[in-house]
Design a protein around this ligand. Structure first.
Ligand code: ATP
Length: 217
C-alpha cells in the first residue's frame, strides 16, 4: 500500500483519520476546496502542522487556493485503505468482548470483526451480534480461511499470554491488547495496548494535579 512506501511520522498518521472524516463532510456539502486555516479550525490541529502533514504526501495544495477536496479525499482514501475491507478477529467474548462485537466499528466502513473465539462451550457455536463465535481450537483454521492477521484480545489477564502465543502461532501479525498484561510476542508482531483503566487513571491524575495547582494559588 501507499502507507508502506511513504515514511510518515506517527503523529501525522494519527491525524489522518481526522482529516479524512472532515473531508467527507466537506465533500458532502459540495465544497471544492479547503484552506489549511479552515481545516485547522475544524479538526483542532494548528495549520502549520496541517501544512507539514500534507507536505509528506507531496504538493497537494496551492498557495492562495487551498486544497482540492476531491483530490485530498481520494488520496486519503487510498492511504487509509478505505476501499479495502479488513476483517479482524476477536478473542475472548466476555463483557468487553461482547460490547466490541455489538459495536463492531459500524461508523467505519472498512473494518469489521468477522469472527470471534472463546473456550466457553456455552457461547461457542453461536452467533453474537451477527458474528460467529468459534472454539479456540478452530483459531488457526478460521484465520487462515478468512485471511485474518489482526486480532483483538479481550480474554482475562490470566489467559492473555497463552492466548497470544496461540494467536501468533495462527499467523496473527497485529494484536489490539485490551488486557493490562505486557504481552511478549516476536518482533514481527505488532502489539497495540489499549488499557482503559490506565487511560482513565491518567485523566484522573491530570484533573487532580490541576485542582492541586489551583488550590495552591
Ligand atoms: P471482561 O469484562 O474483561 O470481558 P468477563 O468478566 O466478562 O471479562 P473474563 O473472565 O474476563 O470475563 O473472560 C472473558 C472471556 O474470555 C470469557 O468469555 C472467557 O470464556 C474467555 N476466555 C477465558 N480464557 C480463555 C482462553 N484461554 N482462550 C479464549 N478465551 C478465553
Amino acid at each position: 500500500s501507499i502507507m508502506d512506501r511513504i515514511k510518515i511520522p506517527k503523529a501525522t498518521a494519527k491525524r489522518l483519520p481526522l482529516y479524512y472524516r472532515y473531508l467527507i463532510i466537506l465533500n458532502e456539502e459540495g465544497k471544492d476546496k479547503v484552506s489549511s486555516t479552515e481545516l485547522s479550525e475544524a479538526v483542532q490541529v494548528d495549520s502549520a502542522s496541517i501544512r507539514r502533514d500534507f507536505s509528506y504526501f507531496g504538493a497537494l495544495g496551492k498557495r492562495g487556493y487551498g486544497y482540492d477536496v476531491k483530490n485530498l479525499l481520494s488520496f486519503f482514501k487510498k492511504i487509509l485503505n478505505q476501499d479495502t475491507l479488513t476483517n479482524v478477529a476477536l478473542v475472548g467474548v466476555g463483557n468487553l468482548g461482547r460490547a466490541l462485537l455489538n459495536y463492531n466499528f459500524k461508523r467505519s466502513n472498512n473494518i469489521r470483526i468477522s469472527c470471534a473465539f472463546d473456550i466457553n462451550k456455552e457461547i461457542t457455536g453461536r452467533i453474537l451480534s451477527g458474528v460467529p463465535v468459534y472454539d479456540m481450537k478452530d483459531l488457526k483454521q478460521q484465520l487462515s480461511d478468512q485471511q485474518i492477521s489482526i486480532a483483538i484480545l479481550t480474554v482475562p489477564s490470566t489467559a492473555a499470554q497463552k492466548t497470544t502465543d496461540e494467536m501468533v502461532d495462527a499467523g496473527v501479525k497485529g494484536i489490539m491488547n485490551f488486557t493490562p498484561i505486557r504481552l511478549s510476542a516476536p518482533a514481527s508482531v505488532r502489539v497495540q495496548n489499549v488499557d482503559l483503566a490506565t487511560e482513565l487513571q491518567t485523566l484522573i491524575y491530570f484533573l487532580d494535579s490541576e485542582k492541586q495547582k489551583n488550590d495552591e494559588l
